[in-house]
Write a new protein. Structure first.
Length: 278
């Protein structure tokens, strides 16, 4: 576990973050990887077993860590820039594992929009999730790419049924394997006081959204919040690797901020039930 903070010189914005990762109680190794390098905050959940999943997630976050905008304050970066990086990661994983392994990926980049206002560019492939605590409420920004989510969307099962469905472990998109590797993107204006949660499904498979909201609302320090959520997942069974990243945005803005906007081709931000053991 570790924590850090980075100070942005423009608009007096500061990102304060913490992170934690645990292999859980039933897995032999941890196949999750994460990156917390301003302005990129992301979690990758490897799939494939043995060392293959770990290789896939590691290649994914390493590719993000080599992005030219790492360390840049509020870079002028869009979905097309991230898409190129993710395609590079996908190709690297396939070359290294022969298509035997893949990884989910979710997170956000702290960018500026066309008017110069700070925004979160949220991205997602698979069933790891990014949430935002705002105004005291927890909202799931990303939408799972999983078979149970598709069944819920079609009205064939209820959200509660999705939590125990026998196919809840099956993802429909991933990097490094399969035919569908495209990410969804959302552009969300930054508001001081907001808290971002990025996590693998080892957390959401064990801890309810209500529990997550309670921890995020009551534990001020982001590193302590991460530790509390990992502990809660372990107490609930810890059946998968658990990786948690919490980012707080502190400071002041010179501009008012509009409502969140989904980018073209992305699903609308909405709560999405269901988990998949990636």
């Amino acid at each position: 576990m570790n924590s850090d903070e980075t100070t942005s010189p423009v608009l007096d914005i500061r990102a304060v973050f913490g992170y934690a990762s645990d292999r859980g109680l039933r897995r032999d190794q941890n196949e999750d990887s994460l990156i917390a390098a301003d302005p990129v905050f992301a979690v990758a959940d490897g799939m494939g077993g043995h060392e293959a999943g770990e290789v896939a997630s590691s290649i994914c976050v390493r590719t993000l860590g080599e992005a030219p905008f790492i360390g840049e304050h509020l870079p002028d970066v869009g979905a097309s820039d991230l898409q190129l990086l993710l395609r590079e990661a996908d190709a690297g994983i396939r070359e290294a594992t022969g298509g035997r392994a893949g990884t989910t990926l979710t997170g956000a980049v702290l960018v500026r929009d066309d008017s110069g206002r700070p925004c979160w560019l949220v991205f997602n492939v698979g069933d790891s999730r990014t949430y935002r605590l705002t105004g005291g409420g927890l909202e799931q920004i990303t939408v799972d790419h999983s078979e149970v989510q598709e069944l819920v969307d079609m009205g064939q099962i209820t959200p509660d049924e999705a939590l125990i469905h026998p196919r809840r472990h099956v993802v429909t998109r991933a990097l490094g394997t399969g035919n569908d590797t495209e990410a969804d993107y959302w552009l969300i204006p930054v508001e001081p006081g907001d808290r971002l949660l990025v996590c693998s499904d080892g957390l959401t498979g064990e801890v309810s959204d209500a529990q997550l909201q309670q921890i995020l609302s009551s534990v001020t320090n982001p590193q302590d919040a991460c530790a509390s959520m990992v502990d809660a997942a372990l107490r609930s069974g810890g059946r998968d690797n658990i990786t948690v990243l919490v980012v707080d945005v502190e400071g002041s803005l010179e501009h008012s901020v509009p409502a969140a906007a989904a980018l073209p081709g992305a699903a609308d931000p909405q709560p999405a039930p269901g988990n998949a053991d990636s």
